[in-house]
Design a binder for this molecule. Structure first.
Ligand SMILES: Cc1cc2nc3c(=O)[nH]c(=O)nc-3n(C[C@H](O)[C@H](O)[C@H](O)COP(=O)(O)O)c2cc1C
Length: 207
């Protein structure tokens, strides 16, 4: 009888733990859904460079695009990829120099493609790699051409050590009347195994 009682107590304890775990999971999911409900119609705008890159070799899909895809999968956000009308298909060390010259000259490379009906979006995620301490110059072409003032903007970066660098400040300067949230940064070499990190960040967003 004593053994039976011990066994019963163990089963009850296990069931309680499992219910608590489920309840916690449920409450996290609800929190996620509630926060996503409040953000309205959502867009992810990003730039990403496939090809030879630092720490990850020659990649077919750029690091930032992988994060943009996670965001769309998890939130249902539409996407707009910023593509420069300029050839960046070159070895990493060469691109470093090209990007440095662009940044120093404040060049605004032309973009291919148009974003239609930007006014339909309430929340815009903006993401890109850090190039020389901020977003690639072509993203500033986008900032010049599309008015996101009045919207909620959530910046993110992929990088190899600079974190957010000056990206959040630069987005705030481009859109002084937007509600620019604190940004999210993830190492480029971490994104392929970093889905859970992105999910945790999204679940923690407050609107
Ligand atoms: C031209 C160039 C400049 C870069 N400058 C920086 C930098 O200033 N700080 C940093 O942490 N990483 C820098 N990186 C690394 C990229 O930010 C990082 O690899 C990023 O994940 C690339 O994302 P993508 O594959 O979406 O283009 C640079 C990479 C390139 C190609």
């Amino acid at each position: 009888m004593k053994r039976f009682k011990t066994l019963l107590a163990a089963i009850v304890a296990l069931l309680t733990m499992s219910c608590t775990a489920n309840a916690n999971q449920q409450s996290t999911d609800n929190q996620y859904e509630n926060s996503m409900d409040k953000q309205g119609k959502t867009l992810v705008v990003f730039f990403s460079h496939a090809g030879e890159n630092y720490n990850v070799g020659n990649i077919k899909v750029g690091n930032t695009k992988i994060v943009a895809d996670y965001i769309s999968e998890m939130t249902g956000a539409d996407q707009f990829e910023i593509v420069a009308d300029k050839d960046y298909d070159m070895p990493y060390m060469q691109l470093i120099e090209v990007a440095k010259q662009e940044a120093n000259a404040g060049e605004l490379p032309a973009m291919i493609g148009k974003l239609e009906n930007v006014e339909q979006y309430d929340t815009v995620f903006i993401g890109g790699p850090v190039w020389w301490g901020t977003y690639p110059q072509v993203m500033f072409t986008f900032f010049r051409d599309y008015d996101l003032n009045g919207k909620t903007i959530i910046p993110f970066t992929t990088h190899e050590g600079s974190g957010l660098a000056s990206c959040v400040e630069d987005v705030r300067a481009a859109y002084p009347d937007a509600d620019v949230k604190p940004g999210f940064a993830i190492y480029g070499h971490d994104v392929r195994s970093g889905r859970a990190k992105v999910e945790k960040w999204l679940k923690g967003l407050v609107f």
